[in-house]
Design a protein around this ligand. Structure first.
Ligand code: ZN
Ligand code: ZN
Ligand code: ZN
Ligand code: ZN
Ligand code: ZN
Ligand code: ZN
Length: 285
């Protein structure tokens, strides 16, 4: 376990001393016992904190003693990545032949970088040795914490699924969820089981499901509805067409004098006729 620093959050103290029943003090307005409970809480917290500091000190002293002992007995080794000396019992080794020794921080840093790049393989860090051996599970447990292990597992699972190309394996087009399904002929819908997604998609066109329409009918309908939307917008006076080249443009708040972005034609936004400035003055409210 890492040597804890001076400051500890209450949660951390609870975790270390396994104080699950130790409920933090909560202010209850109007409760006559409130000040007593607060005092009690604070004195207990003070005690726990003192214990925590002593524990940290013991850890530090323990590490120091361990280092001294290793030094005396010739049990210090150089990390093959950062080249600092560490006691052998604080080091991890790759599973290569011969194996290489590292401090715990170096492969841990590598693991964090690996996750950052959405990769999952953690291999030997030795410089120039050409060794690319992995770390055994026992060794990995020495430098990876729960969060890192979970992240690596998730990335690996995704990669394995993708690489396996398993027959009948279907991946949701909207997230990374995958499942083995009956052939498309029997069911062309894919209901995603990922609780954050739950989209039912079409396995043929990979869009959102459009049963009972065929993929073609669905795209036609989508095209139609897009056109329909434009027409609606035009009728609701949002879109105008240039009276010369018919380029559509959207009326933006402000002046009624609009000029076509394509041909430069100037027209009135209200009546779409070509007009001079007097026309605009006449039409102003
Ligand atoms: Zn190192
Ligand atoms: Zn190695
Ligand atoms: Zn999904
Ligand atoms: Zn479809
Ligand atoms: Zn125009
Ligand atoms: Zn006009």
């Amino acid at each position: 376990m890492a040597v804890p620093g001076e400051k500890a959050s209450f949660e951390r103290v609870r975790e270390i001393f396994d104080l699950k029943s130790y409920v933090p003090y909560k202010n209850v307005p109007g409760d006559p016992d409130d000040s007593i409970r607060q005092e009690l809480y604070e004195s207990r917290l003070y005690y726990v904190h003192q214990e925590y500091l002593k524990y940290g000190q013991r850890c530090k002293e323990g590490e120091k003693k361990n280092f001294e002992y290793a030094k005396e007995h010739g049990l210090l080794r150089e990390c093959e990545c950062c080249f600092a000396n560490f006691p052998l019992n604080r080091m991890v080794s790759c599973s290569g032949e011969p194996h290489h020794l590292f401090c715990k921080q170096c492969p841990r840093k590598q693991a964090e970088e690996t996750i950052g790049q959405s990769r999952y393989q953690i291999t030997c860090l030795s410089l120039g040795g050409g060794c690319s051996a992995p770390f055994s599970l026992t060794e990995r447990a020495k430098f990876l914490d729960k969060g890192l292990v979970t992240a690596l597992e998730r990335i690996e699972q995704d990669a394995v699924l993708r690489a396996a190309n398993i027959e009948g394996l279907v991946q949701c087009p909207f997230c990374s969820f995958a499942a083995i399904c009956v052939p498309e002929k029997e069911n062309r819908e894919f209901p995603c089981q990922n609780p954050d997604c739950l989209v039912v998609s079409c396995r043929l066109c990979r869009a959102e499901s459009h049963v009972p329409l065929s993929c073609e009918e669905a795209t036609q309908k989508a095209g139609f509805s897009a056109r329909h939307e434009i027409e609606e917008a035009m009728s609701s006076a949002l879109i105008r067409k240039c009276n010369k080249c018919s380029t559509p443009f959207i009326k933006i708040l402000g002046c009624n004098k609009v000029s076509c972005t394509r041909c430069g034609n100037i027209q009135c936004d209200v009546c779409s006729k070509n007009c001079d400035y007097n026309h605009f003055k006449e039409n102003q409210p």
